[in-house]
Write a protein that binds this ligand. Sequence first.
Ligand SMILES: Nc1ncnc2c1ncn2[C@@H]1O[C@H](COP(=O)(O)OP(=O)(O)O)[C@@H](O)[C@H]1O
Ligand SMILES: [Mg+2]
Length: 311
Amino acid sequence: MGFLDQIAKQFRGEYAYTPELVLKEMREKGIKIRVRGLTKSFGGLTVLKDLDLDVYDGETLCMLGESASGKTVFLKSLAGIEHPDSGEIYIDEHDVMNAPPRQLYEMRLGLSMQFQQGALFESVSALENVQWPLVMHATVSPQEAEDRAAKDLVSVGLTPDMHWKLPSLLSGGMQKRVALCRAIVERKALILFDEPNAGLDPIKCAAIDNLLLRIKKQFKATLIMNTSELFTAYNLSDRIGIIYRGKIVEIGEPGSIKSSKHPYVDEFTRKSKEFLPQILAYQEELASWEGEKVDDGRRDSEHLGKTTGGF
Ligand SMILES: Nc1ncnc2c1ncn2[C@@H]1O[C@H](COP(=O)(O)OP(=O)(O)O)[C@@H](O)[C@H]1O
Ligand SMILES: [Mg+2]
């Protein structure tokens, strides 16, 4: 959209944009998303409490926190799906809190999201679920959409015989991986993941982390990921944010959040010390995968199985 068009829409009150001074500061500092004072209650329950956060362009930010701490509500708020009671969310030039539905639709074309519960289409196959965003947005030919979807599915260990099955015929873990593939298939500049590898066995978990690591390195996308998996957080993040009762109580590089005195962070760092040797071994394992061409899912999972099966 041209600049004049943008001004006209703003003037008519149709669209809501990030205030110019804020946008200037965001661009100078390389900030893609700015959140200030975000608050959301359901009835008497306050889920997000005055939450502030800056997300830098191209970073991978893992949000860790106990269950019901507000991680999902926060992620959905970024995508404009959940509507907080007050606060500010700016994603690039979009003022998400005040954007009308049409603008939210345009804003969402720049991002994709993997939902915690999958949210797959039940009446079409796994492959069709994954290729759907490419087909819907007609960014590539139907054949290429199918090829790309199949390749991503294979790289998380879903062999071609699984591709045409309906989601209901796949296990919970497989459905999770299909949902993940659907979120990444377009290689959007901003991808939101809600527990991408929760409940998966370590080998599948490693295959997913590996794919995410490749996306992070090759496409320089901004990734925000809710996770409860310590290994994933440690190995994929540029920063880890700890969310506790609706606020970010600590944020920093994986190695730097240790100094916090917050009881939840303290428990988190104690656990991470316990697992440090495995985390480092896993890090090496993932690093050795960098740049490797993946064209065969069996090879992917076999390789990971050999070296990470000991967890
Ligand atoms: N639509 C909703 N209506 C009522 N309560 C909700 C709704 N969505 C989330 N909650 C509540 O908000 C709290 C935080 O939820 P959520 O963000 O899903 O937590 P997390 O993802 O950290 O486990 C929970 O107590 C949950 O029950
Ligand atoms: Mg959640």
